[in-house]
Design a protein around this ligand. Structure first.
Ligand SMILES: Nc1ncnc2c1ncn2[C@@H]1O[C@H](COP(=O)(O)OP(=O)(O)OP(=O)(O)O)[C@@H](O)[C@H]1O
Ligand SMILES: [Mg+2]
Length: 311
């Protein structure tokens, strides 16, 4: 295990942000930390990155205690914070140069690393422009580049695709895969289920400071084998009907995706799904379409928490 957390806890004042979690991050994997706002994802990885000291518990990097000795992890860790941390009035190149210097890189070696990193993040041609002129996606990519300069063994990314254009988003996802293929371990936090599904070999689902489930995607999904997802689209807003849907037998949880579009998690067999659909049709709300699918990570999450990730 490259990272091991034992009973890790972080308390701010009297608020427990991370509540005694255990993590085992195998070397060479992309591991997802999935959870809604406030779940404790950033706090957890801030402790792994040694930015926050745990209130209690142990944190090991390659078997070495990094709470006592952050120096064991620092040279091997790249950390991409949730908030962009760059000098806006410097160019992309100057930012990389500055942060490379902080890692102790200089001269030819620094130049080589900047060249290599800018190829990975794919913004070679804009490096001479000031960061303030970049799009959100480009800033994000430079932020990732900064974390890669010293060629770390482990990279931790905190929601790296929030609020950016689709092209940058795809580029970042490809970058994560590429880095992992080259042997880098990745801890990836997100509340986008699709990203975690596409990238991560194993997943920790967090909510209210606790790990509520973990395992490979297959393991997590098999926990919800007896459930199905019914996706329904209406021609009117369904908001005021949600409470009534929740009352229907075998409805476990509901997420409203858009105003006219809901996902219902149902337990039981095919008959219970038919009953649910029948009952909703009889409410005469204007059901346009529905489909029934096997559970995916989103349904696992719904089952565990009773609510959607983006509530
Ligand atoms: N420095 C702090 N002082 C006090 N409370 C904090 C601090 N940092 C985080 N918290 C609280 O701890 C909880 C967990 O926050 P954290 O940022 O770890 O969540 P998260 O899972 O990263 O959420 P998000 O998806 O919104 O980024 C939140 O309720 C937050 O308000
Ligand atoms: Mg966060």
């Amino acid at each position: 295990m490259i990272i091991k957390a034992e009973n890790l806890k972080k308390v701010f004042g009297n608020f427990v942000a991370v509540d005694g979690i255990n993590l085992e991050i195998p070397s060479g994997q992309i591991v997802g930390l999935l959870g809604p706002n406030g779940a404790g994802k950033s706090t957890t990885i801030s402790m792994i990155s040694t930015l926050y000291k745990p209130t209690s518990g142990r944190l090991l990097f390659d078997g070495k205690d990094i709470v006592k000795e952050p120096k064991w992890i620092k040279p091997h860790l790249g950390y991409v914070p949730q908030e962009i941390a760059l000098y806006q009035t410097l160019t992309g190149y100057e930012n990389l140069k500055y942060f490379g210097g902080l890692y102790g890189l200089k001269g030819v070696e620094l130049k080589k690393r900047i060249a290599s990193v800018s190829e990975i993040i794919g913004i070679d041609d804009r490096l001479k422009d000031k960061v303030e002129q970049y799009s959100g996606g480009m800033k994000r990519r430079i932020n990732i580049g900064v974390a890669l300069l010293h060629n770390p063994k482990l990279i931790i990314m905190d929601e790296p695709t929030v609020g950016i254009d689709p092209q940058s988003r795809n580029h970042i996802l490809d970058t994560v895969k590429l880095l992992n293929e080259q042997g880098m371990t990745v801890i990836y936090t997100s509340h986008y289920m699709e990203e975690v599904e596409a990238l991560c070999q194993s997943v920790y689902i967090m909510d209210h400071g606790k790990v509520i489930a973990s395992g490979t995607q297959e393991e997590l999904i098999s926990q919800s084998d007896s459930h199905t997802a019914i996706h329904m689209t209406f021609d009117v807003s369904v908001k005021e009907y949600l409470a009534r849907f929740k009352e229907i037998k075998n409805v476990m949880a509901i997420t409203q995706n858009t105003e006219m579009d809901v996902s219902i998690l149902a337990s039981g067999n095919g008959n219970s799904q038919k009953e649910i659909i029948h009952e909703i049709m009889s409410m005469d709300i204007g059901l346009v379409s529905f489909d029934v699918t096997k559970p995916n990570l989103e349904q696992v999450f719904l089952k565990l928490t009773g609510r959607g990730l983006r509530d």
